[in-house]
Design a protein around this ligand. Structure first.
Ligand code: ADE
Length: 231
């Protein structure tokens, strides 16, 4: 891929890249700042989307239309859903689903987008492999490849997180990935989402999120840094 878009939702999630980019041109569209430049000699556009699916979707479409990126990597933190995962573990998405898409009243299974061919968006094999290799090298034994669930909800309850696991088989939950993946699918652009666990989406989620977001964000960024260095 020739020009890669890197998205994080929050400032913590893109902080590591800010000082490291070269020949940066900053521009703004839809109140989102885009940093177009070079990173490890590769063409990269870095941006902070803001939180949630709408922000993520708009950011992704702008990266494609206005900046001509031909691949997208999303980096950030998530709440662990799989009980086998702990704070600090890494999830590389195999596929992504919007857990808050709920048209069950009309008979559609939870997570299914009505009248669309796909609701489960798979990640690009090449990007996924590069992400797994980089994560495994940096965080051996802590890397999981699995389904990421996205929704406009910060999950902080044992009951809710248990349901996300039993009903939708999520590895972790966050608020942007599946929106990015859907927009990428609509435009035939490859993507991968990498998430570092800041909490377990349970009763302690707020406290853990506050404590671990900076470190978890940094870990995810280090993986993206590694991918681009070796790309
Ligand atoms: N991002 C990090 N932790 C999260 C959680 N528990 N729910 C949703 N998004 C998150």
């Amino acid at each position: 891929y020739d020009k890669i878009g890197i998205i994080g939702a929050m400032k913590e999630e893109i902080a590591l890249f800010l000082g490291q980019m070269e020949q940066v041109q900053i521009s703004e569209k839809a109140k989102i700042q885009f940093m177009d430049g070079f990173f490890h000699g590769k063409k990269v556009v870095l941006c902070k989307s803001g939180v949630g699916k709408v922000n993520a979707a708009v950011t992704t479409q702008i990266l494609i239309d206005s900046f001509g990126v031909d691949a997208i990597i999303f980096t950030g933190v998530a709440g662990a859903v799989d009980p086998g995962l702990n704070v600090g573990d890494i999830v590389v998405a195999s596929e992504l689903l919007q857990h808050d898409m709920d048209v069950t009243a009309l008979g559609f299974p939870r997570g299914t987008i009505p009248f669309e061919d796909i609701s489960l968006f798979v990640t690009d094999e090449r990007l996924r492999q590069a992400a797994v290799e980089a994560s495994t090298e940096l965080f051996p034994g802590r890397v999981h490849v699995g389904r990421i669930l996205s929704g406009d909800q910060f999950i902080a309850s044992r009951e809710t997180v248990a349901k996300l696991y039993s009903e939708l088989q999520g590895a972790c939950t966050e608020m942007e990935g599946a929106a990015v993946a859907q927009v990428c699918a609509m435009n035939s652009i490859p993507q991968v989402v990498i998430r570092s666990m800041s909490d377990k989406a349970d009763g302690s989620a707020e406290v853990n999120f506050a404590e671990f977001t900076v470190l978890a964000s940094e870990n995810s960024s280090r993986i993206v840094n590694h991918i681009l260095k070796n790309w």
